[in-house]
Design a protein around this ligand. Structure first.
Ligand code: NAI
Ligand code: MG
Length: 336
């Protein structure tokens, strides 16, 4: 019996996570759901964006399905982004962000790639300070952090090659020509670890050029591995090729309870209107089922979403007219 901790969070997290939970419930897998509070509203109510009880619930569960939280762009005393806390607390060092073509006019064809983003260090290490009118952020890159993320990327490349019956490919994305120490170390570690996987065809790309290739020829890319900030930006960019932020799923994996979340944020501009796209959350739920080794059910959820899109149902962000509820109902019907 597996326990899933639902953390809807703020904004449209409160709409897409219940939708994903409803779909999971139709599968009758005997999953137990517990719900934990987190986010900005939670911070305003309880003085903590991720109370200890929520962290405990997440720790004791087999997986977390996380929506999104609203993080202010200014310093708010005592506020810390819950997703960053979860990644740090559970040492979820790998963020897996698959991007694949979808059936519909909103998506380009022929895309099937995976961005493997380092999740615990880089420019998001939380080491910022100010000296008068100069503000400084430290970009922390470690040998251990780099080696383990590249190893994960190589394992993913091997797995995908096996599933798809094609040769594994890895693109190491960095900016070592400018960031000679930080990305120099990342690149050195990446090439060393990748050499342990002789079957993998390894390329490297400077991040600006990788951003261009993502738009120009995404069909030629398989697995990309990169540091935290670059991965954050490139994955949002890549999502636009296949329908936008609303369809992009992700998995945070590493040592502790894995956390699955749509890539998008709390979307305050559309929150509460019932029009949020649940596809990213549903694909994230499918990734969660795969990790929990419900392989058939993971594939069924994915297929039900793809078939629903192919049937012409989609939300406003993708140029459709369906609501969150209509889309979710259609997916559930395909699974019953
Ligand atoms: P966002 O992803 O919330 O929204 C960007 C744009 O995409 C908006 O126009 C929004 O309406 C649209 N969009 C996003 N997801 C959608 C969906 N499922 N269906 C339909 N349209 C969708 O990013 P933004 O605006 O940069 O940030 C808003 C808030 O979210 C901020 O407070 C930010 O800190 C937070 N955020 C939280 C994340 C997390 O909790 N993991 C990740 C990214 C942002
Ligand atoms: Mg992001």
């Amino acid at each position: 019996m597996k326990t899933i901790c639902l953390i809807p969070g703020d904004g449209i997290g409160q709409e897409v996570i219940p939708a994903a939970a409803e779909v999971l419930q139709t599968l009758e897998l005997g999953l137990t759901f517990v719900e934990a509070e987190a986010g900005f509203a939670c911070f305003e109510n309880h003085g903590s964006a991720l109370p200890d009880e929520s962290l405990d619930m997440a720790r004791k569960s087999d997986a977390v399905l996380f929506g999104a939280t609203s993080s202010p762009s200014t310093i708010v005393a005592g506020y810390r982004s819950p997703i960053l806390t979860l990644r740090r607390e559970f040492d979820l060092y790998a963020n897996l962000r698959p991007v694949f073509s979808l059936p519909g006019p909103f998506s380009r064809p022929g895309i099937d790639l995976l961005i493997v983003r380092e999740n615990t260090e880089g420019l998001y290490s939380g080491r910022e300070h100010q000296e008068g009118d100069t503000a400084i952020a430290e970009r922390v890159i470690t040998r251990q952090g780099s080696e383990r993320i590249v190893r994960t990327a190589c394992e993913q490349a091997m797995l995908r090659a096996k599933q798809r019956g094609k040769p594994p490919m890895l693109t190491i994305v960095h900016k070592a020509n400018v960031l000679k120490l930080t990305d120099g170390l990342f690149r050195e570690c990446a090439l060393k670890v990748a050499a342990e996987f002789p079957e993998i065809q390894v390329n490297e790309s400077l991040v600006d050029s990788a951003a261009m290739k993502l738009v120009k020829s995404p069909e030629s890319l398989d697995v990309l591995v990169t540091t935290n900030l670059f991965g954050d930006i490139l994955s949002d960019e890549a999502s636009a090729l296949v329908g936008g932020l609303g369809v992009a799923p992700s998995a945070n994996v590493g040592k502790g309870t894995p956390v699955f979340e749509p890539v998008h944020g709390s979307a305050p501009d559309i929150a509460g209107k019932g029009i949020a796209n649940p596809v990213g959350a549903l694909f994230s739920a499918s990734m969660m089922l795969e990790t929990l080794e419900f392989l058939q059910e993971a594939a069924r959820v994915r297929k039900a979403v793809l078939d629903t899109l192919a049937g012409g149902l989609y939300t406003v962000d993708m140029g459709g007219k369906n609501t969150t509820e209509e889309f979710t109902k259609a997916v559930k019907e395909r699974l019953q």
